[in-house]
Write a protein that binds this ligand. Structure first.
Ligand SMILES: [Zn+2]
Length: 382
C-alpha cells in the first residue's frame, strides 16, 4: 500500500495545472508574534507570500481557473479600512508589496476574465488582496463563517478586514464542509471540480474559516497549500515522519544536526514558560522529531490563532502530508524554499522530478544559524 492510502486521498487520474505566484510581499516580522518559544538569535523572520493559479481542463478541453490567495494589496493606506492600516503601521513597519496579483496575472498574459474564482485561505490582510480588481464575473470563495463575520465589508461592518468594494456586486461563496463525509489526512475535504483533481480542506484554528488545499499535480503526486497553518517550517519539522538527520546538509553548514539539538527548546525546557513546555513536550521527548516552535501565545493565553489547540492539531495533520514523499507542502510564507520553487508563468506540476521537496526540506534551519553561533554549539566563537 502506498502512504497516500494512509492519507485517504481517493484515487483519480485527473490533475490540475498549478503555477505558484510570488505575490511580491517582502516583510520582516517578529517571530514572537507567530511562533514560540523565542530562540535567542532568531527574533525576526523574512516573509514572502505565495498564491496559486489552478487550472482545471475537462475532457472536452474546457478550462476553469481559480486563484488560491491574493497576497497583500500594495497600496496599504488606501486598500485597507483605516483600523487595519493602523495595525500594519504599528506592527509591521517593514512590510512592502510591489504588485497586485491581478497585475502579475495580466503581465503573464492571463486574462482576468478567465478567472472563475479567487479564494481567500482566510481573511487576514496578507491574503485578501484586491478582489475588486477582478471582473464581477469572478466569484470570491471563502471558508466557513467568513461571510457572516465580515460581509458586507468596511465601513458597514467595522470588523471587516476589507473595504466593501471587495465584496460589492460579486458572488461570495462560503464553503460548507458539514455535508461532506470525505476526510483527507484527517481534514474535512471538498472535491471542488468533482474529479479528484483539487480538494479544499478545512484547516481551522488560525483564523475564521481557515482553508488549506490539495492539488493533484500528476496521478500520484500532490501540492499541499498550507496557507497559514504554520508560518515557518520550524513549526512543522522535524517530526516523526521526517526526523532531523545528524548529517543534515545546508549550503553554509554541513552535518550540524547535533548542533541544532543544542538550541532546541527541549534542551532547556525549564527556561521557557510553562505554557510552552506543555505544548512542546512530545511523547518521545525526542529533539529529532519535535519541531523547534509551536504557535505563539502570551502569558495571558492570547494568540494570533482564534483557536490555538485546534490550530496545533492542524499542524499535526499537515505533518502527515509532509511525511509523504509524494506531497509537497507549501505554506504561504515559507521563504526558506523561495529559491527552490519556480513561479508563474512556469508550472509546478513536475516538482517531484525536479527534487524540490528534498532540496527544500531543511533549508529553514539556516534561519537558526545565528542562534547556533550565539549558543557556541558550533565550537568556539571566532
Ligand atoms: Zn499570512
Amino acid at each position: 500500500m502506498t502512504s497516500q492510502s494512509s492519507l485517504n486521498i481517493p484515487a483519480s487520474g485527473s490533475t490540475v495545472r498549478i503555477s505558484i505566484i510570488d505575490t511580491s510581499l517582502d516583510a520582516y516580522l517578529p517571530t514572537s508574534h507567530f511562533f514560540g518559544p523565542t530562540i535567542k538569535g532568531f527574533e525576526d523572520f523574512h516573509a514572502v507570500a505565495y498564491g496559486f493559479l489552478v487550472t482545471h481542463i475537462d475532457k472536452d478541453g474546457k478550462e476553469r481557473r481559480i486563484v488560491f490567495d491574493l497576497g497583500t494589496p500594495k497600496d496599504l493606506e488606501n486598500d485597507f479600512p483605516p483600523p487595519i492600516f493602523e495595525t500594519i503601521k504599528a506592527m509591521f513597519d517593514r512590510l512592502k508589496v510591489e504588485k497586485y496579483v491581478s497585475e502579475i496575472l495580466t503581465e503573464h498574459g492571463i486574462s482576468l476574465d478567465s478567472i472563475e474564482s479567487v479564494v481567500w485561505s482566510h481573511a487576514h490582510l496578507d491574503h485578501v488582496g484586491r478582489p475588486s480588481l477582478f471582473p464581477k464575473s469572478t466569484s470570491l470563495i471563502v471558508g466557513p463563517g467568513v461571510k457572516e463575520a465580515y460581509y458586507p465589508g468596511y465601513p458597514a461592518n467595522s470588523e471587516a478586514p476589507v473595504l466593501s468594494r471587495e465584496f460589492e456586486g460579486r458572488e461570495v461563496t462560503e464553503l460548507d464542509f458539514s455535508p461532506t463525509d470525505l476526510e483527507i489526512g484527517g481534514l474535512k475535504a471538498i472535491d471542488y471540480f468533482g474529479d479528484g483533481s483539487f480538494y479544499f480542506l478545512s484547516a481551522p484554528g488560525h483564523a475564521i474559516g481557515h482553508l488549506n488545499a490539495l492539488a493533484r499535480t500528476t496521478e500520484g503526486t500532490f501540492i499541499y497549500m498550507g496557507a497559514d497553518s504554520f508560518h515557518h517550517s520550524s513549526m512543522l519539522r522535524p517530526h516523526a515522519g521526517f526526523r532531523l538527520p545528524t548529517d543534515v546538509r545546508l549550503p553554509s553548514l554541513c552535518c550540524a544536526g547535533e548542533a541544532f539539538n543544542a538550541i532546541h527548546p527541549l534542551s532547556n525546557l525549564d527556561e521557557h514558560p510553562e505554557y510552552y513546555q506543555s505544548a512542546l513536550q512530545h511523547p518521545s521527548n525526542d529533539k529529532n522529531e519535535t519541531p523547534f516552535h509551536t504557535i505563539s501565545q502570551t502569558p495571558e493565553g492570547q494568540s494570533l490563532a482564534v483557536d490555538i489547540q485546534t490550530a496545533r492539531n492542524v499542524i499535526g495533520a499537515v505533518q502527515k502530508f509532509d511525511a509523504d514523499e509524494n506531497v509537497l507542502v507549501i505554506a504561504a510564507h515559507d521563504t526558506s524554499i523561495y529559491d527552490v520553487l519556480e513561479y508563474l508563468p512556469k508550472e509546478a506540476n513536475d516538482w517531484k522530478d525536479k527534487g524540490w521537496k528534498e532540496e527544500g526540506r531543511w533549508l529553514f534551519l539556516q534561519d537558526l544559524k545565528p542562534a547556533l553561533d550565539l549558543s557556541g554549539a558550533l565550537g568556539k566563537p571566532q
